[in-house]
Ligand binder design. Structure first.
Ligand code: GLP
Length: 244
């Protein structure tokens, strides 16, 4: 895994945006895997700014998001659909038909999981998957203990994840208990992975990722087995980490 050290959140976001802009300019029909959460927000802001100022086009780009809350329709302001439209999609020129997120309201969720996996395959797979990491090592919504073989599936959210994500809701009671997420096997099939890590709250997770065992009890550890991973992490996240 290649590590790029950033000074702080803003610097990490700038490096990540430049990285993605370069990928889109080199391959305008790129298939991007995208993430939600606080970590990629600064990156998305910079992609929008670059689109406005330099006209980098997303007309041919296809996107697949990692996850969605079960029971939330795209109209729900706390859905990941809404998050992605508010923070990126409606501010760039990507056609809505090129945007994909798992549906949290599909009548048959098992079928939705299967279909999502197939749609990614049909697009030729994900070229670059952007990832954040939960402080318990979750990627997407793959919580500790998830099989590394799992493809898109329904998960029960860990209480720590519900608590961490409660900041986006008025009340923790509104945070769903279940989500639909790309599996670890789905993520690992991406040709390339860009992981962003920022802040002291991710320092322990960063240590485990770099120094710990590759084990299902810490989902992000699987990234050590992927041949093309770039991590952009800031000083706080990297503090005391033995970068090998
Ligand atoms: C959320 C998302 C993940 C995200 C992670 C970290 O639960 N499902 O995709 O990477 O938690 O979130 P944050 O970037 O806000 O720390």
């Amino acid at each position: 895994m290649r590590i790029i050290q950033a000074n702080d959140y803003e610097h990490m976001s700038e490096l990540a945006a430049n990285y993605l802009i370069d990928k889109v300019q080199t391959n305008p029909a790129i298939v991007l895997g995208l993430a939600t959460g606080g970590t990629p927000l600064g990156t998305y802001k910079r992609l929008i700014k670059d689109y406005e100022q330099n006209g980098t086009s997303y007309k041919k780009v296809t996107t697949y998001n990692l996850d969605e809350y079960v029971g939330f329709s795209p109209e729900n302001p706390n859905s990941y659909h809404a998050f992605m439209y508010d923070n990126l999609f409606e501010k760039i020129d990507i056609p809505p038909t090129n945007i994909h997120l798992p549906s949290g309201t599909a009548l048959d969720l098992v079928e939705e999981c299967k279909g999502y996996e197939e749609r990614i395959e049909e697009a030729g797979g994900i070229d670059v998957q952007l990832l954040g990491m939960g402080s318990n090592g979750h990627i997407g919504f793959n919580e500790p203990g998830t099989s590394f073989q799992a493809t898109t599936h329904i998960v029960e959210l860990a209480q720590s994840t519900r608590e961490a994500n409660a900041r986006f809701f008025d009340d923790i009671k509104e945070v769903p208990y279940q989500a639909i997420t790309m599996g670890i096997a789905t993520i690992m099939k991406s040709k390339e992975i860009l992981l962003l890590v920022s802040g002291e709250s991710k320092n322990d997770a960063m240590k485990k990722l770099m120094e710990g065992e590759v084990d299902e009890s810490f989902p992000a550890s699987v990234l050590n087995k992927h041949s093309h991973v770039t991590i952009i992490a800031d000083k706080e996240a990297l503090s005391g980490v033995n970068v090998r």
